[in-house]
Design a protein around this ligand. Structure first.
Ligand SMILES: Nc1nc2c(ncn2[C@@H]2O[C@H](COP(=O)(O)OP(=O)(O)OP(=O)(O)O)[C@@H](O)[C@H]2O)c(=O)[nH]1
Ligand SMILES: [Mg+2]
Length: 620
């Protein structure tokens, strides 16, 4: 697409560039209330009211255009058009956080000195207004000598003023857009002076600004109370995943059952009926029922991300993490990995020390990603009674919490082991700007959840579905010989492979059905649930087995087998996409291969120990 105007979004970390980018282009790039969310340049297109096509570039945040650090150098080169293969932007939109102009205007002053065409967006004016910060926009425009517009990047119509200004600038091709001043080399001190002058001229802020935030921080950053709050928050999250999801899960299950029953009634018994009902509907239905739980998990993650609490938790854990050789820097990449390890691995780009970064990448898959949730929830739902313990806790939520903790603790152990091996403690202090606390924005939350639901359903509809069809084929062919007595699947290719794998997995308590399900589960974890659905549907004598997958496995597995499979899933690197991301980020096959090997070894060991310990306990 030929765009007539190229603009780039420049600004300090966490000032709302990506939120503005999403609002302008309708994209869904990650937005969160802490610095360093965006680590890559992202491109998008939109059309102004007058029909001009605009190409817009979202950049990682930068505090300065003095090319001292590597990422700031990249931002500097991009906005000045010095990067090979990158078009020089016609216009740079300098996004500022209106509640923190003292810091944010420095970058504007620097950019102005480099002599690029600028528009200043005073973002977060809604928050500034609430806090009683009064900004004289017209005066600022006059003092700066460039267009200044107000924006609220989380409101649907929040970019109106910016769009209007872009239109007039494009239409008039006015000289104000082209160049202001010739580059002039001023030092940091004179930039500071200039910022002070601008603030004095155009901004009125009440004296005590951050009193509430400080009061909250006194509790949340307190070594004891802070930890209590953190534990309670995570705990509540896992409780909610189980207790809030019951009704919508039952509804989806009912829907899929009825649909399967309907198809079974309409089609004559045979290949097609079996493929549709046992392969596709049973398989994808058994994954789809976990949508409510995934959305509840993400509701918490998104709200936490927006609130400004996460970097506080990073500080709280910095001390603990440094005892295992990690810094608080690793916290946010690791936390992102709770959603999915891939963005987590990408987010390690903010860690400048290569060894630290590598260790963080290596342990990121141990954080419990959302694809594990269906597997955990299925097994917990089948084996752990939904009982209230100690008056308040749901036992199922408690077990889920323990599994998440197991992932975190083992990640810490691995990091600690690596630290022992390399024996070089590089104590890098954690320096991060703490963002202001903010109520999560309802519109962003809803959009974020819709996006999550879309990703999940799309995954079910594409990769999971394709694997289900494949699995159905290898589970149905070759057909059983004449006079065979057992279920057909036993004679199929999958049955043969399953039995061939059985001795490998027997020591950790997996039967042949599980062994089969693990293979498509290599491509994506939650496929294992769908695969179990199909395998059991095909080996069952009763109709509609997927609807009863939970009770079915509760009958045919021992508790030891179930716990062993849970332990397997805490560790096993059952996700090719993550390994591919590691290959990309480290530029070598060595690390993903090493990662797969060490995680499989851990998984086998953990399952072995869990299986035999549970058998010993239950006397089986
Ligand atoms: N109330 C309010 N919140 C905003 C506004 N713009 C952005 N936010 C919130 O501010 C936080 C930071 O937004 P991002 O778009 O991720 O910031 P960014 O500048 O891209 O940050 P980096 O990628 O880290 O450089 C998010 O929690 C947004 O929801 C605004 O105009 N008003
Ligand atoms: Mg961003």
């Amino acid at each position: 697409m030929n765009a007539s105007l190229n603009i780039a979004l420049l600004g300090n970390p966490n000032c709302g560039k990506t939120a503005l980018f999403n609002l302008l282009t309708g994209s869904r790039q990650k937005v969160a209330n802490y610095p360093g969310v965006t680590v890559e340049r992202k491109e998008g297109l939109f059309t102004t009211a007058s029909g001009k096509r605009v190409r817009v570039l979202d950049l990682p945040g930068a505090y300065s255009l003095n090319p001292v650090s590597a990422d700031e150098a990249i931002t500097h080169d991009i906005v000045l058009g010095l990067l090979a293969g990158e078009k020089k932007p016609d216009l740079v939109v300098c996004v500022t956080d209106a509640t923190n102009l003292r810091l944010n205007l420095r970058l504007v002053v620097e950019a102005k000195r480099l002599g690029m065409p600028l528009v200043v967006a005073l973002n977060m004016t809604d928050v500034a207004c609430q806090r009683g910060i009064r900004i004289d926009r017209a005066r600022l425009e006059q003092e700066l000598g460039m267009p200044v517009v107000e924006t609220v990047a989380v409101r649907r119509d929040g970019a109106g003023a910016l769009l209007e200004r872009l239109d007039t600038l494009v239409l008039s091709r006015s000289p104000e857009m082209m160049h202001w001043s010739a580059p002039d080399a001023g030092d940091v001190l004179s930039a500071q002076r200039e910022v002070r002058r601008l603030l004095a001229a155009a901004v009125q802020a009440p004296a005590a600004d951050a009193r509430v935030d400080d009061a909250i921080d006194r509790v949340l950053l307190h070594p004891l109370w802070g930890m209590v709050v953190l534990a309670a928050t995570l705990f509540l999250m896992f409780q909610a995943v189980f207790s809030w999801a019951q009704v919508p899960m039952a509804a989806i299950k009912f829907g899929m059952d009825s649909f399967g029953g309907l198809v079974r009634g309409v089609l004559p018994p045979g290949m097609l009926q079996s493929l549709l009902v046992d392969g596709i509907i049973a398989g994808s239905g058994s994954v789809l029922v976990f949508l409510p739980q995934i959305l509840i998990l993400f509701l918490f993650i998104l709200a936490l991300e927006d609130s400004g609490y996460l970097p506080r938790a990073a500080f709280l854990l910095d001390r603990t993490m440094s005892t295992v050789g990690l810094s608080g820097r690793s916290f946010i990449p690791l936390l992102s990995s709770f959603a999915c390890a891939i963005p987590g691995v990408m987010a390690t780009r903010t860690i400048s020390n290569w060894r630290d970064r590598l260790v963080t990448i290596m342990i990121a898959p141990l954080m419990t990603c959302s694809a594990r949730l269906p597997v955990y929830a299925l097994i917990i739902g089948a084996f752990v009674p939904s009982r209230t313990v100690w008056q308040v806790f749901n036992l199922q939520g408690l077990v889920l919490f323990v599994l998440y903790v197991a992932g975190v603790v083992s990640a810490m152990c691995v990091a600690w082991a690596v630290k022992r091996l390399r024996r070089k403690a590089l104590g890098q202090p954690l320096l991060m700007e703490l963002p202001a606390y903010r109520w999560p924005n309802l519109r962003s939350l809803v959009l974020g959840l819709i996006e999550r639901a879309r990703i999940f359903v799309e995954r079910v509809g594409t990769i999971i579905l394709a694997l289900m069809v494949l699995l159905w084929f290898i589970s149905s062919f070759p057909s059983p010989p004449a006079g065979a007595s057992g279920p057909a699947i036993q004679y199929s290719l999958a049955g043969i492979v399953g039995r061939w794998l059985e001795p490998v997995f027997a020591p950790i308590g997996f039967n042949w059905q599980i062994s089969i399900a693990l293979i498509p589960g290599l491509a994506a974890r939650e496929v294992a649930v769908a695969a179990l659905g199909t395998v059991y549907a095909l080996s069952a004598t009763c109709a509609n087995a997927a609807a009863q997958l939970g009770p079915m496995i509760a009958q045919s597995w021992s508790l030891a087998t179930a716990f062993s499979l849970l332990a397997w899933y805490v560790f096993a690197p059952q996700c090719l996409a993550t390994l591919a991301a590691v290959k990309r980020e480290t530029n070598s096959w060595r690390y993903p291969l090493f990662m797969a090997a060490y995680l499989f070894a851990l998984a086998y060991l953990a399952s072995f120990a869990t299986y035999h310990a549970t058998r010993y306990w239950t006397g089986g």
